[in-house]
Design a protein around this ligand. Structure first.
Ligand code: SF4
Ligand code: SF4
Length: 134
């Protein structure tokens, strides 16, 4: 696991600023719609991370082709999928409900290719926590 910065931002096609996130889950719903033409959370490749120990603690996890990007308020972690010695490469999110679909079984972000309005998560985020990389 590599900590690439401490600013709560990540760059990978879309930028995520977890410090702005209010936990509305609009990005997750929009991504599910992109994947399934329906509001299916299980299909989303971007999901809200909610800390169980801390109230009002939000972050966002993004599945990419070869890595998971975990953007939390205190910084961003990039987990290379399949890297040895990283227990999270099993696809399980430690703090997630057991019934949740593992991230690694989901489709990676394709930046909403072929979507008329571009990346859906960027469009729907009410606080501009997700932006398109310039
Ligand atoms: S850009 Fe599209 S595919 Fe990628 S996380 Fe956002 S909604 Fe999902
Ligand atoms: S849409 Fe924006 S504010 Fe809502 S959960 Fe996603 S990143 Fe957070």
């Amino acid at each position: 696991m590599d900590l690439i910065n401490h600013k709560g931002t990540a760059t990978m096609g879309v930028n995520i600023d977890a410090l702005k996130c209010i936990g509305c889950m609009a990005c997750e719903m929009a991504c599910g719609y992109h994947r399934d033409d329906g509001f299916a959370f299980l299909s989303a490749c971007i999901v809200l991370y909610r800390g169980r120990e801390k109230k009002n603690y939000f972050g966002v996890i993004l599945k990419e082709e070869e890595r998971l990007v975990v953007a939390r308020p205190e910084g961003v972690e990039v987990k290379i999928i399949g890297a040895s010695g990283d227990e999270d490469t099993s696809g399980e999110k430690k703090d997630e409900d057991a019934s949740a679909k593992p991230m690694l079984l989901r489709e990676p972000c394709d930046l909403c290719e072929e979507m008329k309005y571009g990346p859906m998560c960027v469009k729907v985020c009410p606080v501009d926590a997700i932006t398109l990389e310039s």
